[in-house]
Design a protein around this ligand. Sequence first.
Ligand SMILES: Nc1ncnc2c1ncn2[C@@H]1O[C@H](COP(=O)(O)OP(=O)(O)O)[C@@H](O)[C@H]1O
Ligand SMILES: [Mg+2]
Length: 208
Amino acid sequence: MSRGENIVYIKKEFTLKEYGIYKRFKDITFSEIERIGLPNNPSIRKNYRIVKDYAKHIYENIENGVGLFMLGDCGTMKTTMSIAVMRELIDDNVDYPPSCYFISMTNLLDTIFSMNNASKEEAARFERKIRNTDLLVIDDLGSENTEYNWVKSKIDSIITERYNRMLPCIISSNLTFDELAKTYASRIIDRLRSANKALIFSGQSVRS
Ligand SMILES: Nc1ncnc2c1ncn2[C@@H]1O[C@H](COP(=O)(O)OP(=O)(O)O)[C@@H](O)[C@H]1O
Ligand SMILES: [Mg+2]
């Protein structure tokens, strides 16, 4: 790798981190997914076409508050596809790009919790970002510890506020609608179902 390439590489990683996208996912784009080749799983292939079409109309979808609600088995490329959608926004050179942010559910709560102990101000700033960003990717809903009521009411309030302001989310989960409705208020899950395109992923994990 020449020196110049190296600098570009570091810059890209640094930029992606600001969107919550970490090193493991730094190369994920639709073209990279296609270069590797889609696995031979009918549900992944069908959903991939829908997600790609969603990304093709991303500005319109954001304007209309439409997101994605991706449920299903582990290792069926839900996280991968949500990052590819973000990259459509991040890599597009428009003057006033919509903002977007990726966060896993466990990370979201850890961050709010640890920041609350450290600095209330920093916690509030972080929470504002989660509430206000144009497109929020919430990865692995249901994987977090919901023993504490403050967790459920925090998630409830963030999702409700974004729903009312028509700010879209891309949500992924390994749980079913019924399982999610048992953990959260079913009203919240109904909201997510009505505002977003719901996609069900099934099959064996394609993780290598
Ligand atoms: N064409 C592809 N592009 C990207 N990842 C792929 C591709 N085919 C298979 N994979 C595998 O898919 C896995 C990613 O799954 P992931 O998005 O984490 O699933 P989920 O979020 O549904 O649990 C990776 O481990 C990767 O090896
Ligand atoms: Mg995932």
